[in-house]
Design a protein around this ligand. Structure first.
Ligand code: NAD
Length: 271
């Protein structure tokens, strides 16, 4: 049986022996919903934007890279620097789904970590998500339905050397996500973190040189010896695999999943 949810909360069931192979599949129907995706121009955010648009959502795409947003060919591109926190909050207003995804990485030992970069990363990866959600919640509460999905990381659950700002920010995001889950429960709003291992995106490609420097090894050894060292499944995650979980968290069938941290990490955090 396939269950579709409409924005009004009515349910439609189909059970057809001719489509038996489709039994028990989840169909995510977000028609009539507005979904905000931050960092939508690249990598995981891009995959989430395309997936939520395919589910029927009107997707509000936020990124500093306006040209790449326009090239996506779906949704409503909004060129915004999310470190402008008032702009971040305004982008959240009226959204039924918020995917807090925008993030950056810097790899350096604590004693050398640039202090302004540390501040910027916490602003972008903790304060901006607080503000997008702050902007969206009144609308979600009024409709009695909402989905907050925070793209955290295995580094929201575990630490690695040389990533002090990133690990601090992601642990902060995990805490914020749980508080939203508690406050949103009585309003039909869920909040979860998705925690990927290393995903094949520009963010990972750009850190290979920094990782090589920090660990004192050649760049061609970074993926196997640093990035995948703690992952029992020895491959990078694809952005579409992360986006599929994000879409599932927006389905009616996921309404009891809230306050959770869901690894997509090839068993990294199991060890
Ligand atoms: P990416 O670099 O491919 O994309 C990030 C996007 O965020 C870019 O389009 C960039 O322009 C945008 N962005 C950066 N600063 C911004 C700002 N100030 N305002 C608006 N937009 C801004 O990165 P990705 O790998 O897709 O990462 C997306 C998220 O997933 C990040 O939060 C990251 O921490 C998380 N994550 C990534 C991985 C990975 O291995 N790639 C693993 C775990 C978690």
């Amino acid at each position: 049986m396939t269950t579709h949810e409409s924005p009004t909360g009515t349910r439609r069931h189909t059970s057809d022996p001719a489509t038996a192979s489709a039994d028990h599949t989840v169909s995510v129907d977000l028609s009539g919903r507005t979904a905000l995706v931050t960092g939508a121009a690249s990598g995981i955010g891009r995959a989430c934007a395309l997936r939520l648009a395919a589910a029927g959502a009107h997707v509000r795409l936020v990124d500093v890279d306006g040209e790449a947003l326009a090239a996506l060919g779906v949704g409503e591109p909004l060129e915004i620097d999310l470190t402008d926190l008032d702009a971040a909050e305004a982008a959240g207003r009226g959204a039924d789904v918020v995917v807090n995804n925008a993030g950056v990485q810097t790899v350096a030992p604590v004693q050398d970590f640039p202090t302004d970069r540390f501040s910027l990363m916490l602003r972008l990866m903790v304060e901006a998500p607080f503000r997008t959600v702050r902007g969206a919640l009144p609308h979600m509460y009024a409709r009695g339905w909402g989905r907050v999905v925070n793209i955290s990381s295995v580094h929201g659950l575990r630490a690695s050397p040389y990533k002090s700002a990133y690990v601090t920010a992601k642990h902060g995001l995990e805490g914020f996500s749980k508080v939203v889950a508690l406050e949103g429960a009585e309003h039909g709003v869920t909040s979860n973190c998705v925690d990927p291992g290393y995903v094949r995106t520009p963010l990972v490609e750009h850190q290979i040189a920094e990782q090589a420097r920090a660990h004192g090894i050649p760049e061609d050894r970074v993926i196997d010896e640093v990035l995948l060292a703690r992952s029992p499944v020895k491959r990078l995650v694809e952005p579409e695999e992360v986006a599929e979980l994000v879409a599932f968290l927006c389905a009616r069938e996921a309404s009891f999943i809230s306050g959770a941290s869901l690894p997509v990490d090839g068993a990294w955090t199991a060890s």
